[in-house]
Write a protein that binds this ligand. Structure first.
Ligand code: PBG
Length: 324
């Protein structure tokens, strides 16, 4: 035999020399859930190890994540039902939970990249990402000014990057214009471009109590069967001024990630979502999988498929493992 593939796998030294993709702490973004209250910490039942934290605990957590080398966080608020309405008014209340917490993080850890979520659902009495008509339709163009207002309020509070996760058409352009008109030309846009109507978001909706009151999200989020459509969405968002694009969920959509990374001329993010986290945790708790090994293998798969950055609930633990 002239050729033996195994020669390049003979020792860890050789394997490390021929390794094609490398996972680094600097690739990771940690999603965090913020709740009302003082010194409040409550575990999300379907996401063991992940907590809703009140403002001052979030600030401490951000300090710690930054000390581990994690460059950024993405923030989601759990809003009291009494503050929800049809137009998500609470989202631009400067004294509301979300904007207050952003200001506190920025003051305490200014170098940490704060990525904010732009969509109506955490603040919406309908539990949808867009404005819902009396007939139950999710209205696209009526939603755009609300998203623009929310983005500007987040930028004013200290967001470095706003991330529209709503999947309305034309929102990137409207947000870019609003940010620029208000002097936030350096605030970036990470567009959730290829976001699928996925059942893997279940635990996230438990965490925020943000599930749709009626219907589903299929008229705005993408059909899991499509990939060509993802490329169209990515190209549109780039042409509207997106600085980065995203594919979401992650593991069941690695083919989409690969296809997007091949055509995108801006950096590509992937969101390893709540349901993916829950699966590995649950299997590990049953003793069925080696948690650390499956996490590192999964995150490496994202790099191999072309991701530049990974939003993952495993970020904190992974950074701790990699520090040792
Ligand atoms: C909503 C939003 C969702 C997630 C991030 N932003 C849920 C949804 O679209 O219903 C899901 C993230 C996860 O499951 O971890 N704008």
């Amino acid at each position: 035999m002239l050729i033996r593939g195994r020669r390049n796998r003979v020792s860890e030294g050789i394997r490390s020399l021929v390794r094609e993709h490398h996972l680094q702490v600097s690739d990771l973004i940690m999603p965090l859930f913020i709740c009302e209250g003082i010194n409040k910490k409550s575990e999300i039942t379907s996401m063991p190890g992940i907590f809703r934290l009140s403002s001052e605990l979030i600030v401490e957590e951000c300090r710690y994540l930054y000390s581990l080398g994690i460059p950024g966080v993405v923030l989601f608020p759990a809003i009291d039902d009494t503050k929800k309405d049809k137009t998500a008014t609470e989202s631009w209340n400067p004294d509301g939970l979300y904007l207050k917490t952003i200001r506190a993080i920025k003051a305490a850890v200014p170098e940490l990249v704060i990525i904010t979520d732009v969509a109506l659902d955490p603040y919406s009495s309908d539990g949808h990402d867009g404005f819902v008509s009396d007939e139950g339709e999710i209205l696209n163009d009526e939603t755009l000014p609300l998203l623009a207002k929310m983005s500007v309020a987040q930028a004013r509070a200290g967001a470095d990057i706003v991330a529209p996760s709503d999947m309305m058409d034309g929102r990137v352009e409207v947000i870019r214009q609003a940010l620029d008109e208000n002097g936030f030309t350096n605030v970036g846009i990470l567009a959730y471009s290829a976001k699928y109507a996925s059942a893997f978001y279940g635990p996230f909706r438990d965490a925020l109590d943000s599930a749709p009151k009626k219907g589903d999200k299929k008229t705005y989020q993408m059909d899991p069967a499509n990939v060509r459509e993802a490329l169209r969405e990515v190209n549109l968002d780039i042409s509207e001024g997106a600085d980065m694009v995203m594919v979401k969920p992650g593991l069941p959509y690695l083919d989409v990630l690969r296809a997007v990374s091949e055509i995108s001329d801006v950096p590509v993010a992937v969101y390893n979502v709540s349901g993916e986290y829950a699966m590995l945790r649950a299997a590990a708790q049953n003793g069925w999988l080696d948690y650390k090994k499956v996490v590192l293998e999964s995150l490496t798969a994202f790099k191999r498929a072309g991701a530049d950055m990974i939003l993952t609930y495993h970020a904190r633990e992974t950074a701790e493992w990699m520090k040792k």
